[in-house]
Structure formats: C-alpha cells, structure tokens
Design a protein around this ligand. Structure first.
Ligand SMILES: [Zn+2]
Length: 253
C-alpha cells in the first residue's frame, strides 16, 4: 500500500505519527487522473499570436523550413491536407491529449506512425490561410475535443516553456505532487519568495534537486528540494509523491 511506502521522514517516529493523519490526502492523490508526458519544444520562433476566443492555438513564426517536432510521445492520427491549414498533422499522446500542427510545407510522418517526444515531424511553411511561414499549434484534451485549450499552460505542465529551443536538454523527470497549498519558492529556502502555490496534486517535471532548509511538514522532515523549471522554483521533496527523501535518477542542481 502506497501510504506505508512513504519513508521521507528522517525520524521513524514522525513517519508513524504521520501515517494516520495522511490518509485523506493520500487517497486524494491516488484518485488524481494520470496526465502529462515529458514534453519537447515544438519549434523555435517568435509567438506572433496567442490563444484567444477567435484563435484556438498559438502561432510560432520563423523561416520556411524550420524543423517542427512532436511535443510528446504518441501516435500520428492525421497527416495530410486540410482546408485553412493547407497541411496538418494531429498526434494523440499517451496521456490522451492531442496536439495539432498546421501550415507546414513538408510533412515527414504518416498516419498510424508512432513518434517519440521531440521527433522531427515536419518543416515550417505558409500553406493554407497564412500570411507568412509559421506553425499553428493546438492542444486538445482528447480526440473528441472541438476546442483547443491554451497551449502555453498545456506545454508548461509538460516541462516546456515558450518560446523554446528544440533539442535543448530534457525537462526533467516526471513526478506528481501531493497535498494542498504547496508553496513553490524561488530558492530552496523557507525564507525565499513564494512564486506560486499548488492547490492539489500536480504533474511536475523535476530538473534537479539540492539540499536547502530543513522542512518539517505533514509529520516528515526533509532538507531536499526539487527544482521545477516550468514553475520557476523549488518545492520541498516532502510534497513529491515518491517514497524516497532524495529522488532517484534526479541530478543534484
Ligand atoms: Zn494560428
């Protein structure tokens, strides 16, 4: 059972005390739907139009031929011509979400093809209703979604901050936070500024971890903090949903 696998505490007594108190929070974390993937930058360029009521995605402009990459692992569900787009590609990712790419002059993948995160899928163009070379990028919650969601937080949740550079280092290792009102701070210190607060379990990509202020919370004590680039700060490892106090496979900052 997940609850008793938590051994973040340096003191066993504290862990034992916490075990009972944590039941409701742990149950909540377990119910959170799995989401997210290790995201990759779709393309380099300038954001010339954001997501708004009349525009279902974002436009990233650059030179004709600029490489376009899949933002995550998945399966190509559409690759072909479409009115308005000229040409388009849709990819269904492993978390059920769908990304959509339009206006390219060259497509390099076909329907039913499996792609990896960051795989080159197309080259930027100005096909269809377009005034210059750019990528029109959309993110949908599922294949049945008819309205795209804002791609900026969608990508941020997957470790990609726009504008971005394809092929830059991986966004980190995927974990989920637990607990409520979890503060993200600008440094691994309790006196550092709070940059944002997580209201509930949140998928995050941890880039690196380091020792900082000792934190005592929820019956645990831990001085390790995780850096989450997409959130621009650190959270104590106490709120990373993993049994180890020092996360395995995550480099020191
Ligand atoms: Zn557009």
């Amino acid at each position: 059972m997940r609850l008793f696998q938590r051994t973040k505490s340096i003191g066993l007594l504290a862990a034992a005390v916490a075990a009972t108190a944590l039941v409701p929070l742990t149950a909540g974390a377990a119910e959170a739907a799995p989401s997210g993937y290790a995201g990759s930058c779709p393309t380099a360029g300038t954001i010339t139009q954001g997501w708004h009521s009349g525009h279902d995605g974002i436009d990233i402009a650059n030179n004709r031929g600029t490489p376009i990459h899949s933002t995550g692992p998945g399966t190509v569900i559409v690759s072909g011509t479409a009115s308005g787009y000229g040409q388009w590609i849709r990819i269904r990712h492993d978390d059920g979400t769908v990304t959509e790419y339009g206006h390219m002059y060259e497509r390099l993948v076909s329907a039913n093809q499996r792609v990896t995160s960051g795989q080159l899928i197309a080259r930027m163009g100005s096909e269809g209703q377009s005034t210059g070379p750019h990528l029109h990028f959309e993110a949908h919650s599922s294949t049945s979604s008819t309205r795209g969601m804002d791609p900026v937080p969608y990508l941020a949740e997957r470790g990609v901050r726009l504008p971005c550079t394809p092929g830059s280092t991986s966004p980190g290792t995927n974990f989920t936070t637990w607990g409520t009102s979890v503060r993200v701070r600008s440094e691994a210190s309790l006196s550092a500024a709070v940059v944002t607060t997580l209201t509930g379990p949140t998928p995050v990509y941890v880039k690196c971890q380091k020792r900082g202020d000792m934190v005592h919370a929820e019956g645990y004590s831990n001085d390790a903090w995780s850096y989450i680039p997409a959130l621009g700060g650190y959270i104590t490892n106490i709120y990373i949903d993993h049994p180890d106090a020092w996360l395995p496979g995550v480099n020191p900052c």
